[in-house]
Design a protein around this ligand. Structure first.
Ligand SMILES: [Fe+2]
Length: 181
């Protein structure tokens, strides 16, 4: 069993094999597989494993703070997964911006935000796959996210700062894809 097999199995176990969340997760893993040339060779398995694990914090059984990047990372740490994976999950898709609005910045800060080609690739994959696993343009994905969370949500309140952060990630990954091809 590789770390990717273990990650896929854990996601299925926690999210439920028939769930919309697992379809999204599988879509993100598939997208991530197309981005392996944008990360160092040693990080490729971590990228795919992180994609499988990034949303496990949505599993009802793991709900503690109610903030899925943190609940997911806490579970991975409890299970002694690699610390880099815990950090990737904790900080995927600009989670730190939302954590601040939710009063969870200190708790999220227990995890390292590596801000690397690897973390960029995970965020890019997540931001270009919709809730049901279908590919979306980044701009449509962001608009859909804001619609689902609503105008009074923490996501909406931090979007003025998180949006440009995500757009910069997308630009960096697309540039790496161009230079890799
Ligand atoms: Fe996601």
């Amino acid at each position: 069993m590789t770390i990717v097999d273990d990650a896929r199995a854990l996601a299925g176990e926690l999210l439920g094999v028939d769930s919309e969340r697992l379809r999204h997760t599988a879509g993100v893993a598939g997208r991530a597989a197309e981005l392996v040339d944008t990360v160092p060779a040693d990080d490729r398995e971590l990228l795919i494993a992180g994609a499988w694990l990034h949303d496990i914090g949505y599993a009802p059984a793991l709900r503690a703070t109610g903030f899925h990047p943190l609940d997911g990372a806490d579970e991975l740490r409890r299970r002694h997964w690699a610390e880099r994976l815990c950090g990737l999950v904790a900080h995927h898709s600009g989670a730190a911006f939302v954590a601040e609005a939710r009063g969870l910045a200190d708790e999220l800060g227990r995890y390292h935000d590596e801000r690397s080609a690897l973390s960029d690739a995970l965020t890019y994959a997540d931001q270009t796959v919709g809730p049901d696993g279908v590919r979306m343009r980044f701009e449509d994905r962001v608009a859909d996210m804001l619609r689902r969370h609503g105008p009074d949500s923490p996501n909406a309140s931090v979007h003025v700062r998180r949006g440009p952060y995500l757009a910069a990630v997308v630009a960096r990954v697309e540039e790496r894809l161009r230079s890799a091809s």
